[in-house]
Write a protein that binds this ligand. Structure first.
Ligand SMILES: *Cc1c(COP(=O)(O)O)cnc(C)c1O
Length: 407
């Protein structure tokens, strides 16, 4: 059987034959003797051509994950990472890798949609996800209806004749509303709709999407799986119902991931357990401090009781990661730019999930069509890295002290 169609079968899992904890699966998931031989990490197998012993072997080969066929179908380096990610999502059967998180999102959508369909897309979605819906999907005859991230099971009222799929992202990009994922998935299942979730913020470590009822669980591995700000990679993990169609669609689009990138991602994955817990702890420390500052109107953090949908976070999640936003009390975008420019410990840039702290000015103006988010002032998104939180707080303190004074 190919990698995708079996259950995770790292040597560790095979030996013990019992259900193992998350950290054990993070550490040795996807490691199989036939792929790694005697070394710990799967070697980087670079390949386009795969050589066959004879014509009979060539004719007998099938283009499927986990079997040598052609470079686009991967090599043990990519199979091992995919297998490890499948092992982190209980009740899933396979994972496909892509050259970026956005590629994973777009192929997942193309897997489930047909011309004439309507897609329900969460209004707090990552901006490039919206862009794909409003351009390519629109051209393909798929219409998108944006819905309130807090709709919950009430989403049923939006389901029409042509509604085919519901896309979720929880928490939402930039504003961090938590969705009632199990509630929405239950409605979707009853009405025969497919569900897709962008699970990048939580990763399967903090939220097990497939077990919660999601059909296709998407990760921008670029963020926490890679964890070191040096690789672009995406993944989609599917349940039994959707795996064959996902595999077929990904193959048809010629989607594949580089073995070098897969190697680095697998290497990052091994420490996800400790990294994410430390990101969580540091972020909570900084967020709690920020909340008490007079220049800060609000902190948008899923673990805070006033975060919209916090009750779902509390019910469904095992933890919180290092990414959150805060709203400044008044001030202009120029004031905000000065604030961010005066930070010394925080970098300025896109992406997140690496070991270092980042600050980003974010604006919601063009990003909402179904709902409005009122803010008391400009918004700043922070990714809290693995530095000493006291240093991050000291840095924010000196920058905030000058906020709005034009100094
Ligand atoms: C970054 C991000 C993506 C896209 O991932 P890339 O690898 O940058 O293409 C998708 N979803 C969310 C929530 C993200 O933060």
């Amino acid at each position: 059987m190919g990698v995708g169609s079996g259950h995770p079968q790292s040597d560790g899992a095979r030996m013990s034959g019992k259900k193992r904890g998350l950290n054990s699966r993070i550490v040795d998931g996807g490691r199989r003797k036939e792929w790694t031989q005697h070394v710990v990490n799967p070697p980087v197998y670079r390949a386009s051509t795969i050589l066959f012993d004879d014509v009979a072997a060539l004719n007998a080969a099938k283009p499927r994950d986990g079997t040598f066929y052609y470079g686009r179908q991967g090599t043990p380096t990519t199979w091992a990472l995919a297998d490890a990610l499948t092992g982190l999502e209980p009740e899933s059967v396979g994972t496909r890798l892509y050259c970026s998180g956005v590629a994973a999102i777009t192929v997942a959508l193309m897997t489930v949609l047909r011309p004439g369909d309507e897609l329900l897309m969460v209004d707090s979605a990552y901006q490039p996800t919206r862009m794909f819906c409003d351009t390519v999907l629109k051209r393909m005859g798929v219409s998108t209806r944006y819905y309130d991230p807090l709709a919950g099971a009430g989403i049923e009222a939006l389901i029409g004749e042509s509604t085919r799929a519901i896309f979720l992202e929880s928490p939402g990009s930039l504003t961090f509303e938590i969705q009632d994922v199990p509630g929405i998935c239950a409605v979707a299942r009853e009405r025969g709709l497919v569900t897709l979730l962008d699970n990048t913020w939580a990763t399967p470590m903090f939220f097990e999407a497939i077990r919660a009822g999601v059909d296709l669980s998407i990760l921008a591995c670029t963020k926490y799986v890679v964890g070191h700000s040096d690789v672009m990679l995406g993944s989609v993990t599917a349940n039994a119902q959707w795996w064959p169609r996902l595999e077929q669609t990904s193959r048809a689009f010629g989607q594949c991931a580089s073995p070098d990138d897969a190697y680095l991602a697998a290497r990052g994955l091994r420490t996800l357990g400790v990294r994410l817990r430390q990101h969580e702890q540091n972020a909570l420390e900084v967020a709690r401090w920020l909340e008490r500052q007079p220049q800060v109107a609000r902190v948008l953090h899923p673990a805070f009781p006033d975060c919209p949908g916090h009750e779902y976070w509390k019910r469904d999640f095992r933890g919180s990661s290092g990414l959150f936003s805060f709203v400044l009390k008044g001030g202009t975008n120029e004031d905000r730019a000065r604030l961010i420019d005066s930070l010394e410990q925080f970098g300025i840039g896109y992406s997140w999930g690496g070991f270092e702290s980042l600050a980003l000015p974010v604006d919601l103006d063009q990003l909402r069509t179904a709902t409005r988010v009122e803010t008391e002032g400009p918004l700043v998104r922070l990714h809290i890295g693995l530095e000493d939180p006291e240093d991050l707080i000291e840095d924010l303190a000196q920058a905030l002290a000058r906020y709005g004074t034009g100094a």
